[in-house]
Each structure stands twice: as structure tokens, then as C-alpha cells.
Write a protein that binds this ligand. Sequence first.
Ligand SMILES: [Zn+2]
Length: 265
Amino acid sequence: MPELPLTLYRAAWVLPVCAEPIRNGAVLVGTDGRIAAVGPAAAILPPDGCRVEELGEAAILPGLVNVHAHPELAMFRGALEDLCFRDWILRLVGAKRAALTEADFHAAARWTMVEALRSGITTLAATESSGASAGALSEAGLRGVVYQEVFGPDPAQRDGAMAGLRANVECLRAWECGRVRIGVSPHAPYTVSDALFAAAAEYALAEGLPMAVHAAESAIEHQLVQGGRATLRRGCARAASTRPRAAGRRWRCWTGWGCCARGRC
Ligand SMILES: [Zn+2]
């Protein structure tokens, strides 16, 4: 990391979070980019050669954390509003398959990182099938985890899905560093069989990878998970039975989110 100018930031409020808010506070940032001192402005005088930034009526606080985001899908903002969950997810999947390329996912992920930084988010967990956020997080200087999704509601799809997951994770691990981690996401209870869930969990444990799952985000998912019944289920079953399946990495899951079929490695 290149050496930065020693800088003292002063603001009406400093919120350390681990301690009480400080009225008229200051934060001294060293040439290594790390916080050297935090406290009342009156108690932290600028050392010789220190730059001073007066931020006025502002609050200085640690970066915000977004624990669940889909940066690769940023281009859908405003396009899928006011739909029930089943229509929303099927339209989302249809549009992804019909119109989007790897380049679109990468552009969307990079744009999301810009928006995140503008919003004060410095740590972000991305759950996605393209893996586009790994490079985007790294480039933007953000911290985060990219959970590689895996799909497969039919137990017979387990081995093909796991082969795809392993291949994709291997590729993404090239981006791992002190700020960026790679994880695993068995997508959801209605898109992943018990067998695939177990295999993905075993793999994550063996590799020391964090895991994330979509569980009951909407009312209809809650109904499905709790009671095993919802219109979503009929939709899934129909979709699963009408999609062609093939062996190995060319297999496509019903969602068409292509975790195993995109052949990016
Ligand atoms: Zn989600």
C-alpha cells in the first residue's frame, strides 16, 4: 500500500460504536492508512506535517456492513417491482437467461461497489452465481465474502452440481486476500435437495469456507419451508421436470442461474 498523508479528521460527531459517541471528535489516520488515535478534538492535536480535514456537521463512524446483496443483479433495479415472489423469481431467471452475459454481471457488480462506497458500506456479502463480485470487491478496495451459489432440487443432480461448485470456487479463490473471502451458498430449500445441501456443507467444512443460504426471505418461502406447501413448489416441480438435464458441468438447474453451466473456468 502506498504511503498516505498523515491526516486528522475532525467532525461534529465521532461514533466509535465500541464506545460512547464523541461530540466534536477527531480521528487521526496514519501514513499506513490505519487509525492512530480517536477521541475529542481538543485532545488530539495534529502532529507536525499533518493534514487536517474539517468535516463540520458530520459523523465519522466505521464502515457499514451489508450482509446480503446480489451485486450481479444491479441492472434489475426497478424492473421487477410489485410482483409476488413466484412471478418475481421466474421473471428474474428468465431475463437473466435471455439477455445477460458475463460482462453484464461484471459491470453490475462494479457499479454496486461504487454505490456501496457512496453509501458508506465498506463490507459486503455477495450471494451470486456469476462470481463477478470477487473481482469487483477486490478492485474497489472493499472487504467482503462472495458466496458461490449452487442449485439442484433433484437428488440425482448432486454430483454434477458439486462438480460445478468446486470448479467455480477454485476459480474464485484466485481473488482471495486479506479483504476478500470466497464462500458457498446452497441457494435455498426449494432449489437444493437434501443430498446437495449435505454435500455442499461437507465441502465447505472441509475447505474452511463460510456458508450462506436463502431461507424464508418472503412469506411464500416461509410457507414452503415451514409447511411444505406453496404455489412456488408447484412451479418448481413443473420447471424441474421440463428442463433438459445433461451430465457433468453442462447440467442446467431449473432456475437457469447457470452455476454449473456457464463454463467460465
Ligand atoms: Zn438474496
